[in-house]
Design a protein around this ligand. Structure first.
Ligand code: SAM
Length: 272
């Protein structure tokens, strides 16, 4: 059964354990995620000004560049600290992806860059997607991010963690169940296969669903070099990994190597 409350481990993680406002600007893999999410979304967004609802928008990292690009952005997030941080960037309020306060068809674009991977119950993900569809206008766009099923395997192999039995057990549990229980490091999370993410958007009723690997196939090397050397890995490696992500786009086999996936679909326009 779907639990209507935000999972306490997710609330604790974002309220106390980490400061999400730094995630996409400090570490190299975060910067890669930001640059690629930006370039993929900019390909699809309607011209500014248009109304965007950033659901699970966190402290407003994406809202910031979208506002700078001329969009009118509203953000909802269940974490009070995120809403406070985002309030200096756009209109921000407490909310849950499964129960949006917005009126039907009131946005040109709805972003779900976070909620789907913190909702392990498929009924909750269906409800979040149904809500996104409800509040987007006919012909509008829904973009949803997911964490890849294989991301933890790539990450922990590159970081030289996989030789321990504890890590093998933890990663194989994610590969088997698609769920991380949130006991150490990260929090409660669901890990999608690309085809599954496309199916969830399509089954919600969205049309023309396309999926992209956000960071591409080489992100874990960037992360490993940064951790080993203790500092930013340098422009040549960053540009090389970024170029690999772009080159990989037409090759669906490589989707499974990316850390995050981004699926974009359109709401059916009203027939004339
Ligand atoms: C990794 S952060 C991503 C933040 C931002 N969207 C980004 O891409 O940088 C995940 C976000 O999802 C939010 N979240 C988790 N469960 C949610 C839910 N049920 N409804 C809406 N947001 C949720 C968290 O509070 C957090 O801000």
């Amino acid at each position: 059964m779907s639990n209507l409350e935000l999972a306490p481990e997710v609330a604790r993680f974002y309220s106390e354990t980490i400061d999400e406002s730094e995630r996409l600007s400090t570490a190299a893999d975060g910067r890669l995620e930001l640059i690629r999410t930006q370039e993929l979304l900019r390909r699809y967004l309607p011209p500014a000004p248009a109304k965007i609802l950033d659901v699970g928008g966190g402290p407003g990292t994406h809202a910031r560049w979208l506002v700078a690009d001329g969009y009118e952005v509203d953000l909802v997030d269940p974490i009070a600290r995120h809403v406070e941080q985002a309030s200096s960037i756009c209109r921000a309020s407490i909310g849950d992806a499964r129960y949006l306060q917005a009126a039907d068809g009131s946005y040109d674009v709805v972003l779900l860059l976070g909620p789907l991977y913190h909702l392990p119950d498929p009924a909750d993900r269906r409800q979040a997607l149904a809500e996104a569809r409800r509040v987007v206008r006919p012909g509008g766009l829904v973009a949803a991010a997911a964490i890849n099923r294989y991301a933890s395997l790539f990450e922990h192999a590159a970081l030289a963690h996989m030789h321990t039995e504890r890590m093998q057990a933890s990663v194989s549990e994610i590969l088997r169940t698609a769920v991380y229980d949130g006991r150490r490091g990260f929090t409660l999370a669901y890990f999608h296969r690309a085809a599954e993410l496309v199916a969830e958007l399509t089954e919600s009723g969205l049309q023309h669903v396309t999926v992209f690997g956000i960071e591409g196939p080489a992100w874990s090397q960037l992360k490993a070099v940064e951790q080993r050397e203790g500092h930013y890995p340098g422009d040549a490696l960053f540009e090389s990994v970024l170029a690999a992500a772009r080159l990989a786009e037409p090759h669906p086999e490589l989707l499974s190597a990316s850390s995050h996936l981004l699926a974009i679909g359109t709401e059916l326009p009203t027939p004339r």
